[in-house]
Design a protein around this ligand. Sequence first.
Ligand code: AMP
Ligand code: ZN
Length: 111
Amino acid sequence: MSDCLFCKIIAGEIPSVCLYQDDAIYVFKDIAPKAEVHLLVVPKQHIATLNELKLLDETVIARLMLQLPELAAAQGIPQGYRTIINCGKEGGQVVFHLHIHLLGGKNLPGF
Ligand code: AMP
Ligand code: ZN
């Protein structure tokens, strides 16, 4: 998607602080962190929202989820963290390329 912010980040056209990537996943620091640790875990494949995911390969979401414990451990928060997927405008989604927020660190507020 040529007009997608996260596709441009994945392609290296917009800078990001990348912490991990493989053939399916790109992980980078959120530009406006809401917690001490705030990463975005993103499929390299453009999928707009969670609602589109069911039409595609289910292994994509599994790959994202299975990476989370390792990412949390690398960030020093293996004992606890929060994951969020906002879906759609009414669900608070601003960037329409599926992503998991990985949040953690000191003073993570109650939900
Ligand atoms: P969401 O509201 O779930 O769509 O989350 C989008 C997230 O992308 C927000 O937490 C933003 O702070 C973050 N974001 C927006 N632009 C950038 C960027 N250029 N680099 C890193 N994170 C970004
Ligand atoms: Zn995209």
